[in-house]
Write a protein that binds this ligand. Structure first.
Ligand code: PEP
Ligand code: MN
Length: 337
């Protein structure tokens, strides 16, 4: 249930509608836009007459939402969500690039990565300290020690940090070191983890599962939002199809589809989306052209010796060139670059 209040509706009128919704059994989420206050009611039933609410003072319109997700729906915040993290806007006019190695390997490696990222103009550094590897024998990450190295390297260059949280017990640790918590593709439907992330007030980047539909991705975002954490960004990182030429099939159409269905910022990860270095830059360009609000890309000073995902990791020169190209594309489609 979505109730859009009239422009200039008074606080008393808004409170009155909230009280009525609560009486009807709804949990109410309030969004204050530039013109209108929108009340999202998550409730036990969707089968009553919206007119019952439309007649209340100060109400402009009321919609029954048939889609399973409500808070993640574009209707909830038609103007879109901008997540501001220490001066960096994600989801606003400026394209935001997050880049760095797949895994944090050493102080020397992450310092070099931070130089590459900052000098090319990206604002966020990535690096996994807890790695969801397909094989239990592969490198699993440096853990807290890695997070410390990543945070130091980021702070020296005023970069934000994004790093993956693999289970709920790691949330306090990740929240201490990282500005954005990444939920990996394999965890997109780890509902216990999502519920716990709904309780914190830290931005989360939610990756699309390898076989997840867009609706399932949005429902996973809804899990966190229904707990009160509205700072969610969604990440298209390729899905599994019958095609074997690329590691995954990058769903470029997910960008405009998500922009239509949800107000949440959309980030594209062409590294995991293709699995091959030579395809990453073209897919990054395509993603920006298709409307992505940002990119998440793997880069390393020596990708051929990276401890994980080397084949899809850009060299510094390729990364710098990509940054220039995506900026030009962003400018061409009316975004700031
Ligand atoms: C990663 O970002 O390094 C990663 C493991 O991503 P995904 O969850 O998309 O596979
Ligand atoms: Mn990786």
């Amino acid at each position: 249930m979505l109730v859009v209040m009239q422009e200039g509706a008074s606080e008393t009128q808004i409170e009155n509608v909230i009280d009525r919704l609560v009486e009807m059994g709804f949990t109410v989420h309030r969004s204050t836009g530039v013109r209108h206050t929108v009340l999202g009611g998550v409730g036990p039933k969707d089968d009553f007459d919206p007119a019952e609410l439309e007649v209340l003072e100060g109400v402009k319109e009321c919609h029954r939402i048939v889609s399973a997700y409500k808070l993640a729906s574009r209707h909830f915040r038609p103007g879109g969500t901008v997540i501001n993290i220490r001066g960096v806007d994600i989801g606003g006019p400026t394209l935001v690039c997050m880049a760095g190695p797949c895994s944090i390997e050493s102080a020397q490696q992450i310092e070099k990565a931070a130089d590459i990222v900052a000098s090319a103009g990206a604002r966020v550094i990535r690096g996994g300290a807890f790695k969801p590897r397909s094989s239990p024998y592969s490198f699993q990450g440096l853990g807290e020690q890695g997070l410390e190295l990543l945070r130091k390297a980021a702070d020296r260059r005023e970069l934000l940090v994004i790093s993956e949280v693999m289970d709920q017990t790691q949330i306090p640790l990740l929240a201490q070191y990282s500005d954005i918590l990444q939920v990996g593709a394999r965890n997109m439907q780890n509902f216990n983890l999502l519920r716990e992330l709904g309780k914190i007030r830290k931005p989360v980047l939610l990756k699309r599962g390898i076989a997840a539909t867009i609706e399932e991705l949005l429902l996973s975002a809804e899990y966190m939002m229904s707990g009160g954490n509205y700072e969610i960004m969604l990440c298209e990182r390729g899905i599994r199809t019958f095609e074997t030429s690329t590691r995954n099939t990058m769903d470029i159409a997910a960008m405009p589809v998500l922009k239509r269905l949800t107000h949440l910022p959309v980030i594209a990860d062409p590294s995991h989306g293709t699995g091959r270095r030579e395809y990453v830059v073209p897919m990054a360009r395509a993603s920006v052209a298709a409307g992505a609000d940002g990119l998440l890309v793997e880069v390393h000073h020596d990708p051929d010796h990276a401890w994980s995902d080397g084949a899809q990791t850009l060299r510094p020169d390729q990364f710098a060139e990509m940054m220039q190209q995506v900026r030009a594309i962003a400018g061409a489609i009316g975004r700031a670059a």
